[in-house]
Design a protein. Structure first.
Length: 186
């Protein structure tokens, strides 16, 4: 009985540590990471190309980063945040959305669908930055959970102002939009 209780306590500790495993800290820069397998989706007219992307390119604008597993359920978790950003019509000279799709964390056999969906998203929102990560480089560098979504708000210097893994509440979506507006005014 004592072994079972000890094992339960150890497993509970591991699970709770894993639930908040990311290494993203408020007022700090994100850990440097490069995505060279696929990378940032670029457009030349209607043609799609890929170029290596690195987190060192993030400073310069206020931005919301959405990192999502290449799964519909992960994408849908924070769709309300993306819709609120679109509705806010932020000044593109001061703001950019960065969507990082972890294609390595997709349902088996859906890789081509994830890739085409990412490319379609870039075409629909050409001013947004879209990165396709085939090797979980970003997830691993930032210690993110599998099969999930995270929202990160950066100021123009690249420092974290807000971070949450999982679905944001309506109040958190409003908070992020308010913070973006305030950060752009600085």
């Amino acid at each position: 009985m004592k072994k079972i209780m000890l094992l339960s306590a150890v497993m509970g500790s591991l699970i709770s540590v894993n639930a908040f495993a990311h290494n993203i800290q408020p007022s700090q820069l994100l850990a440097n990471v490069t995505v060279s397998d696929k990378g940032e989706i670029t457009l030349n007219g209607n043609d799609v190309a890929y170029k290596p992307w690195g987190s060192t390119a993030l400073p310069g604008k206020v931005r919301v980063i959405q990192h999502i597993a290449g799964r519909s359920a992960a994408k849908e978790k924070n769709q309300a945040m993306i819709e609120a950003i679109k509705a806010a019509h932020f000044n593109q000279a001061k703001y950019q959305t960065t969507t990082i799709i972890n294609a390595d964390d997709a349902v088996v056999g859906t890789g081509m669908f994830v890739k085409s969906s990412a490319e379609k998203g870039k075409k629909e929102n050409a001013h947004s930055q879209v990165i396709l990560d085939d090797k979980s480089a970003v997830k691993n560098a930032w210690g993110l959970r599998e099969k999930d979504s995270v929202i990160i708000l950066l100021d123009k210097t690249g420092k974290v102002q807000f971070v949450k893994e999982g679905k944001l509440t309506d109040d958190e979506v409003k908070e992020v939009i308010s913070r973006v507006t305030a950060l752009m005014a600085k």
